[in-house]
Design a protein around this ligand. Structure first.
Ligand SMILES: Nc1nc2c(ncn2[C@@H]2O[C@H](COP(=O)(O)OP(=O)(O)OP(=O)(O)O)[C@@H](O)[C@H]2O)c(=O)[nH]1
Ligand SMILES: [Mg+2]
Length: 189
């Protein structure tokens, strides 16, 4: 049996991992790196993460889910990428980038992404700035749900699960079909 670990970093990472863990469909070990405990998965503080990095990155496949720009998620990614195993193709990062309007957060995130690329980490980015293309076509609440949904979808794809039941924050993947198509169709400004 393949040993798969899904790590959620920061608040958004926690939400995605809790949502996936509660579905009980993915055969994976779930870990959250954030403050406070979590009723459905193992939770680590940043200090605990530092100690646990070699063990965490030793699984057959490791997925790290979260957003950059805030404190906890960014710091967790910084800690993880300093270990050589983080550049292995077994390890993949799925990360949301802040809006440009969150200027300091955005710059912090961009610096870290540059560093990750330098180190050769496998990183899939979901840039909030692209959501502005949906301006006037949907609500903010629906728009900000798209990327967490897409990241969970990537996990479902990995496990070859049917996406019929995939949901996040009260939306099903198919509820956001129109937004997802619009996002892909409208070119960046
Ligand atoms: N699209 C989208 N982006 C989000 C969402 N939540 C957070 N983000 C983005 O992710 C960035 C980081 O947010 P968090 O995950 O809350 O940050 P954190 O790592 O918990 O940081 P601290 O709480 O400061 O420790 C934010 O600045 C937003 O740009 C969400 O639900 N949808
Ligand atoms: Mg947080």
């Amino acid at each position: 049996m393949m040993d798969v670990r899904v790590i959620g970093v920061g608040t958004l990472g926690r939400r995605m991992v809790v949502s996936l863990a509660k579905e009980r469909k993915l055969k994976a070990q779930f870990v959250v790196v954030d403050d406070g405990d979590c009723d459905c998965c193992m939770t680590l503080t940043l200090d605990e993460l530092k100690e646990a990095v070699p063990e965490i990155l030793s699984a057959d496949r490791v997925f790290i889910l979260g957003a950059l720009g805030g404190r906890t998620g960014t710091r967790a990614v910084e800690i993880l990428i300093e270990h050589p195993a983080a550049a292995s193709p077994r390890v993949e990062f799925y990360l949301v980038l802040p809006f440009a309007a969150e200027s300091l957060r955005r710059r912090r995130a961009e610096r870290l992404v540059a560093r990750m690329k330098e180190l050769g980490a496998s990183v899939h980015l979901f840039d909030n700035e692209h959501l502005l293309r949906l301006n006037g076509h949907t609500t903010l609440r629906r728009a900000i749900t798209i990327f967490p949904m897409r990241i969970q979808e990537a996990m479902y794809n990995f496990f070859r699960l049917s996406k019929e039941t995939l949901e996040y924050e009260g939306f099903r993947l198919k509820d956001l079909d129109r937004e997802i198509r619009l996002l892909e169709a409208v070119p960046a400004r």
